[in-house]
Design a protein around this ligand. Structure first.
Ligand code: UGA
Length: 456
């Protein structure tokens, strides 16, 4: 993109520099826009302005630094700066689960709109990206029109985000679809301008009403969670039927109507999105009087949580029936690989439960140790995989980082007290580990061959 073209590009603000907001701000600057990222947390703004990412995301930090160097990307804590700077404002703040219910906590979205609205004194488009219960955008649009000095010249659109942690750059620069929930041709035109590059590269651009746009997001996450729990329900059956869920999944995936994505069996889903989104969706369905339509999601959630309990049982079995006095080495603590996110991490849940049941648990993760240590100081943290499994009676693979998938079973075998491993992510080559005399068990695979010696 030539500098002359940059000069004509819009000024965009991104409100909220969490995971989604930071990736969005950085990628918009990469596309050539003038971007101001705004967050109420001064420490976060300071770190970002220095070119450091406050979280782990492959490939994002170099783009952050390039954006800052180019002068097209800056950060601020001031909503007055945001209103003065931008004619397009993206709302990217968090919508976590409420403390005492399944519903989404919208206080950050409300706070953002309430802070920005009274400052909007010229025509602009506010674009919601946060994941919200259907119907939220309609309410916010009315509130914004009431509050903004520019009145109805200040419009609201909804443009949900589908990025996956670990793939943020690719998913933002080349999304697989763009959904534009709009109420006017003007709003649609602005969104087409913002996403001109991916549209030119062939990304489908779907224009909808506000409610449909909100629903696309939660429906997509509900479908993904359902697929994961479906294959994990099959895993439960495989375990008692002495079948192999990994082969089952592979065979099912060849049917193009089913597909192999989100069909990897194991410890199940966690993170800051899927679990809270399906719960908020159920809560919203209840409010709308269509609770039965989504009651299956309760079972999706239950299947998912049962995998964690099963993992604990398998580990106990390999520990000789009790965790008392046992040493357990844990590989992986993030909710998924290539992330340092431990929000609702199945791995961390399992590790903490086993420690609570009397074992001495030592954990290693390539990125998430810092966060995990703060949340669970009772666990022991190691600097390497070898250190984590040294003296272990049982080893657990809980997050399938590449480093663990490619680990040498002989090298790890030298360090442990007993060669017992539970592969919680069906990520290891079972034959290779068994050949190295490990007693290898996996979620969703009937007991089968057992070549190691249970501790005790
Ligand atoms: C998810 C969605 O995939 C994104 O499309 C969405 O934008 C995002 O939530 C969001 O709402 O912001 P993410 O949470 O980054 O993205 O993670 P996923 O890659 O979907 O994985 C979610 C969880 O499911 C992880 O714990 C992962 O280990 C697990 N998983 C995933 C499985 O157990 N099996 C699978 O086959 C796939």
């Amino acid at each position: 993109m030539a500098p002359a073209e940059h000069a004509t590009r819009r000024h965009i603000t991104v409100l909220g520099t969490g995971y989604l907001g930071t990736a969005h701000a950085v990628c918009l600057a990469e596309m050539g826009f003038e971007v101001l990222g705004v967050d109420v947390d001064p420490a976060r703004v300071k770190v970002l302005a220095q070119g450091e990412l406050p979280f782990y995301e492959p490939g994002l930090e170099p783009l952050l630094q390039a954006g800052l160097r180019s002068g097209r990307l800056a950060f601020s804590t001031s909503y007055a700066d945001a209103a003065a700077f931008g004619d397009v404002h993206f709302v990217c703040v968090g919508t976590p689960q409420r403390e005492a219910s399944y519903a989404a906590d919208l206080s950050q979205v409300d706070g953002c709109v309430d802070a920005l609205g009274p400052l909007l004194d010229r025509p602009c488009l506010v674009i919601g990206k946060s994941t919200v219960p259907v119907g939220t955008a309609e309410i916010l649009a009315a509130r914004l029109a009431r509050m903004a000095p520019a009145g109805s010249a200040c419009e609201l659109a909804w443009n949900p985000e589908f990025l996956r942690e670990g793939h943020a750059v690719q998913d933002t620069l080349r999304p697989d679809r763009i959904v534009a929930g709009v109420r006017s041709a003007r709003a649609e035109a602005v969104l087409r301008e913002v996403y001109a590059d991916p549209i030119a590269a062939g990304t489908p651009f779907l224009v909808t009403d506000l409610a449909t746009a909100e629903l696309v997001k939660v429906a997509a996450n509900a479908f993904l969670a359902t697929k994961i729990s479906f294959i994990n329900a099959m895993a439960e059956v495989c375990e008692v039927a002495h079948a192999d869920v990994t082969m089952l999944s592979e065979a099912l995936g060849h049917d193009p109507r089913i597909g192999s994505a989100a069909m990897h069996p194991g410890l199940g889903f966690g993170g800051g999105c899927l679990p809270k989104d399906i719960r908020a969706f159920m809560a919203r369905a209840e409010e709308l009087g269509v609770e039965p339509a989504l009651s299956f999601l309760r079972e999706v959630d239950n299947i998912n949580l049962r995998r964690r309990a099963r993992m604990v049982d398998l580990a106990r079995e390999l520990a000789g029936g009790s965790f008392d006095g046992r040493t357990v080495g844990v590989l992986g603590i993030a909710f998924k690989p290539d992330s340092d996110d431990i929000r609702d991490s199945p791995a961390l849940d399992v590790a903490a439960t086993i420690q609570g049941l009397g074992a001495s648990v030592t954990v290693y993760d390539p990125a998430a140790v810092r966060h995990a240590r703060r949340a669970h100081p009772e666990l022991t943290y190691a600097g390497t995989a070898i250190e984590a499994v040294t003296g272990a009676d049982v080893t657990l693979l809980l997050t399938e980082w590449r480093e663990f998938r490619e680990a040498d079973p002989e090298e790890l075998g030298q360090a442990v007290a007993h060669r017992n491993i539970v592969d919680g992510r069906n990520a290891l080559d079972a034959a290779r580990w068994r050949a190295a005399s490990w007693h290898y068990r996996a979620l969703g695979v009937g007991a089968g061959a057992t070549s190691g010696t249970p501790a005790g």
